[in-house]
Design a protein around this ligand. Structure first.
Ligand SMILES: Cc1cc2nc3c(=O)[nH]c(=O)nc-3n(C[C@H](O)[C@H](O)[C@H](O)COP(=O)(O)OP(=O)(O)OC[C@H]3O[C@@H](n4cnc5c(N)ncnc54)[C@H](O)[C@@H]3O)c2cc1C
Length: 278
C-alpha cells in the first residue's frame, strides 16, 4: 500500500512519535498506512539462543515479559520509556524506525548482537543494528520498507548488563542515558560494550571506555577510568535539559553506576535496575 500511495504516505505504528509530529504540523502525510491491523506482528519468542520481537511489540509488553528477564538490560530500557500510556502504545519497531537521537531502544540494543529484519517490495533483508541506524532520524529503510522483527542474541553465562537513564520527569525523554553489557570471567572483564544516549546525534559507542575495562578486574580505579573515557566520548548539545558540561558529567556518572549493576548481574545477582528521576 505504501508503494502504491507514494512519498505522501507513512506507516503508523503506536503513533507515539508520529502523532505528536502531526499535531505540531511538523509532518503532513497525505495517507497513513496503519500497521495495527496486521496480525502476528506483536510477539516475543525465544528461539535458538535469541529473543525475537515482532516490530509491533509494545514497550509495556517487553517490560512485563518473563522471557525478557533473560536480558535484564532490555527490561530496564522498556521500563524507563516515558509513562504507562506511552509504553502501552509505542512499539520497538517504531522506535528503531524513528531513530530519534534521544530514543532509548537503539542505545540499549546496540550493546547486544541485534539484527533488524525488514520487508519491502524487493523482498526481505536482515540488517545488523549498527548498519541500520545511519544518523539522527535516518535509517537504512527504503520509503516502502517495513521493520518486521528485531532479533537479539542472548548473551552467554557470565554476562550482565544494565540500562540507566536520567530523566527530569517520567513522561519525557532522558537527559542522558547509558547501556553497559559486560562478559566476565571471575573478577576479570573479558568483554565490554558501552553506549551513550542523548549526548550526540545518534547513540555513541564509548570504545575507549570499553578498552579500559577489557582484561582487567573491575576495581574502583578501572571503573573511574572508564567513566572518564565515556565523559570524553560524549558530544552533547546544550538545550533545555542542561548544558553540554552537565550532560557530559551526568553520562559519566551513569556509566559508573551501570558498570556496577552489570558486574553484579554477571555474578548472578538479581538487581532491579532503577532509572534516576530529578
Ligand atoms: C510524551 C512522550 C514521551 C516519550 N518518551 C520517550 C522516552 O523516554 N524514550 C523513548 O525511547 N521514547 C519515548 N517516546 C517515544 C515512544 O517511545 C515512541 O513509541 C517511539 O519512538 C515510536 O514508536 P511508535 O510505535 O509510537 O511509532 P510511530 O509514532 O507510529 O511511528 C514513528 C515512525 O516510524 C515509522 N514506523 C513505525 N513502525 C514502523 C515499522 N514497523 N517499519 C517501518 N517504519 C515504521 C512511522 O512511519 C513513523 O515515521 C515518547 C513519546 C511521547 C509521546
Amino acid at each position: 500500500m505504501l508503494g502504491q500511495l507514494g512519498d505522501g504516505a507513512k506507516f503508523l505504528a503506536g503513533g507515539q512519535s508520529l502523532i505528536p509530529l502531526l499535531k505540531l504540523r511538523f509532518a503532513n502525510p497525505e495517507h497513513l498506512v496503519d500497521l495495527n491491523f496486521i496480525p502476528h506482528t506483536s510477539f516475543i519468542k525465544e528461539d535458538s539462543g535469541a529473543l525475537r520481537f515482532g516490530a509491533m511489540t509494545r514497550h509495556a509488553e517487553i517490560e512485563n515479559s518473563p522471557l525478557v528477564r533473560r536480558i535484564p538490560l532490555l527490561q530496564d530500557c522498556a521500563a524507563g520509556i516515558a509513562d504507562v500510556q506511552v509504553r502501552n502504545r509505542g512499539t520497538i519497531g517504531g522506535s528503531l524506525a524513528e531513530a530519534d537521537p534521544s530514543g532509548d531502544w537503539a542505545n540499549a540494543l546496540i550493546t547486544l548482537d541485534t539484527t533488524v529484519h525488514c520487508l519491502g517490495p524487493l523482498g526481505a533483508r536482515s540488517i545488523a543494528l549498527p548498519d541500520f541506524i545511519k544518523d539522527a532520524y535516518t535509517t537504512a529503510l527504503a520509503h516502502d520498507e517495513l521493520v518486521t522483527e528485531i532479533k537479539v542474541q542472548i548473551p552467554p553465562q557470565g554476562s550482565g548488563g544494565a540500562y540507566l537513564a536520567f530523566k527530569r520527569t517520567a513522561p519525557v525523554y532522558p537527559t542522558a542515558s547509558t547501556a553497559v553489557q559486560l562478559a566476565m570471567e571471575g573478577d576479570i572483564c573479558k568483554d565490554a560494550a558501552i553506549s551513550l544516549g542523548c549526548v550526540g546525534l545518534t547513540y555513541i559507542r564509548a570504545a575507549d571506555a570499553e578498552s579500559v575495562l577489557r582484561g582487567h578486574p573491575l576495581d574502583e580505579k578501572i571503573i573511574a577510568a572508564a567513566a572518564d573515557a565515556a565523559h570524553a566520548a560524549a558530544d552533547p548539545q546544550p538545550d533545555m535539559r542542561g548544558s553540554a558540561d552537565y550532560k557530559r558529567a551526568l553520562v559519566a556518572a551513569l556509566v559508573k553506576k551501570a558498570i556496577h549493576i552489570a558486574a553484579r548481574r554477571a555474578r548472578g545477582e538479581h538487581i532491579e535496575g532503577s532509572h534516576l528521576y530529578a
